[in-house]
Design a protein around this ligand. Structure first.
Ligand SMILES: Cc1cc2nc3c(=O)[nH]c(=O)nc-3n(C[C@H](O)[C@H](O)[C@H](O)COP(=O)(O)O)c2cc1C
Length: 185
C-alpha cells in the first residue's frame, strides 16, 4: 500500500501563504511517489480543549477526547499516516487558533501515552507562514516545536516563510517535504 503523509493547514485564507505552503508540501510528497492526505483545519469543527475536571479529562488515562467533533476523525487519520506537515499562519507570534485548538487536544491524547505516543518517531515538518512584519515566526515555531517534542514526533525540519522570502522558501518547503517523503518510501 502507498504510504501517506498528512498535510495540515490552518488558515481561513484559501489562497494565501499558508495554502501555498500546503500546496508546495503536497507537490513535494507527490513527487516522491507518496500519497498526500490534506486537512484544512479551518474547514472543520474542532473546538478548543475544555480542560475537563480540574485540568484533565479522559485524555490523560484513556487517551481520547470527550468533546465530540471533527477532532476524532483527524486524530485517527494522522495516526494512520507515516508522517505529517503542519503549516500555520503566524498570528500574534503563535500558531493560528484553528491549529492551536487541534494541536492542544492532540497533545493531551498522545503526550499522555509517553513512549507509546502514536506520533512517536513520525517524521514531520513545521512551517510558520507570516504575511505581516515577519516578527513572531520564531516564537510560533518554538511553540510548535514544544508540541512536537511533547508528542515525541521526529522533527525533519522547521521552516519560516514571509512575504519577502516567499519565492525561495516555497521551494524549500517543497524540497523538504520531498526529502522527508523519500526517506519513507
Ligand atoms: C490575528 C492576526 C495576527 C497576526 N500576527 C502576525 C504576527 O505576529 N507576525 C506576522 O508577521 N504576521 C502576523 N499576521 C499576518 C499573517 O501572518 C498573515 O496574514 C499570513 O499571511 C497569514 O497567512 P495566510 O496568507 O494564509 O492568511 C497576523 C494576522 C492576523 C489575522
Amino acid at each position: 500500500m502507498t504510504k501517506r503523509i498528512m498535510v495540515l493547514t490552518g488558515s481561513p485564507n484559501k489562497d494565501g501563504l499558508t495554502a501555498a505552503c500546503g500546496n508546495a508540501a503536497a507537490a513535494g510528497i507527490a513527487g516522491a511517489g507518496l500519497e498526500v492526505n490534506r486537512v484544512d483545519l479551518n474547514a472543520l469543527k474542532i473546538a478548543r480543549c475544555s480542560a475537563c475536571g480540574t485540568g484533565y479529562g479522559p485524555c490523560r488515562t484513556e487517551h481520547r477526547c470527550q468533546v465530540e467533533d471533527d477532532f476524532q476523525d483527524v486524530h485517527k487519520r494522522i495516526l494512520e499516516c507515516e508522517g505529517f506537515v503542519l503549516v500555520t499562519p503566524v498570528y500574534w507570534g503563535d500558531m493560528s487558533e484553528s491549529v492551536k485548538a487541534f494541536v492542544d487536544r492532540l497533545r493531551r491524547n498522545e503526550a499522555s501515552k509517553r513512549d507509546e505516543s502514536g506520533l512517536k518517531g513520525k517524521p514531520c515538518i513545521g512551517v510558520a507562514a507570516a504575511g505581516g512584519s515577519g516578527n513572531g515566526t520564531i516564537t510560533c515555531l518554538l511553540n510548535m516545536q514544544q508540541f512536537l517534542n511533547h508528542v515525541r514526533a521526529d522533527i525533519f525540519d522547521l521552516i519560516t516563510i514571509t512575504r519577502k522570502s516567499r519565492d525561495y522558501k516555497l521551494n524549500a518547503v517543497r524540497c523538504a517535504a520531498e526529502a522527508m517523503a523519500r526517506l519513507l518510501s
